[in-house]
Design a protein around this ligand. Structure first.
Ligand SMILES: Cc1cc2nc3c(=O)[nH]c(=O)nc-3n(C[C@H](O)[C@H](O)[C@H](O)COP(=O)(O)O)c2cc1C
Length: 215
């Protein structure tokens, strides 16, 4: 039988990346504001006939990165065999990525943080000191858009939510095409009442799709 890293790696790199979009929702609240924003962003993408997949992290059985560093050898996460093993092929083959998270304590949710940390296996590290690194997702024209939703009314209370997604994705090799901060919404799905925000979310999806088509 083949070693597990070969099986997962074949599933990942046997697929050629193309103009599809993976949407990842980081809210624990089903039918909440992040779910609505993700739906509108992906509907904007679909207007340009680009295929989309949606993953709600709350439905995925996965654990945070163990820091075991096995991925440095295996080139994919082998320290944990869980729901992320199924998600990696979608990450690799989709040149577009949408991340949406509510603000939890000035930051992304624990689910979104765990998801982002599990993308560590796409890095290559050199043996120099300090270690030079590069991403195996880079140089392919990958593009992403981000949205965050918070109860409070201003930047300060949203804290690092958008930056906590933007910086790691840029390091992985994504061009960030748009960021949508949504303030002042607490009730589950309350964002549906704000037509301007829904339009902005849809337009961000349209822009992502156009950017992928022009790539
Ligand atoms: C654990 C927790 C922490 C939160 N922390 C913040 C915060 O730091 N700032 C803020 O404005 N809202 C905070 N909120 C409110 C949520 O961001 C807000 O209700 C949001 O609309 C939830 O989005 P969702 O429906 O997609 O889950 C917090 C909510 C929870 C449950």
């Amino acid at each position: 039988m083949k070693p597990v890293h070969e099986i997962i790696n074949n599933a990942v790199s046997g697929l050629s990346p193309h103009s599809a979009v993976l949407g990842v929702g980081g809210s624990p609240r089903k039918g909440g504001n992040s779910d609505v924003l993700l739906e509108y962003i992906l509907s904007g993408v679909q207007e340009h006939k680009i295929s989309t997949h949606r993953i709600q992290l709350r439905d995925l059985h996965f654990r945070p990165c163990l820091g075991c560093e096995k991925c440095r050898q295996d080139k994919i996460c082998t320290g944990l065999a869980d729901g992320m093993s199924l998600v990696y092929p979608f990450v690799y083959r989709s040149l577009g990525l949408v991340l949406v998270s509510p603000t939890h304590n000035y930051n992304v949710t624990a689910w979104m943080k765990a998801f982002i940390d599990r993308l560590y296996c796409f890095y290559d590290f050199q043996d120099t000191r300090p270690r030079a690194w590069s991403s195996r997702l880079a140089g392919m024209g990958r593009k992403a858009v981000l949205a965050a939703v918070a109860e409070q009314e201003d930047d300060f209370d949203m804290g690092f939510t958008l930056e906590a997604m933007q910086r790691p994705l840029e390091s992985l090799g994504y061009e960030i095409r748009g960021e949508l901060p949504v303030y002042g919404i607490f009730d589950r799905g309350g964002v549906k009442k704000n037509k301007d925000v829904l339009l902005a979310a849809e337009n961000m999806g349209v822009d992502l799709a156009k950017a992928l088509l022009l790539r």
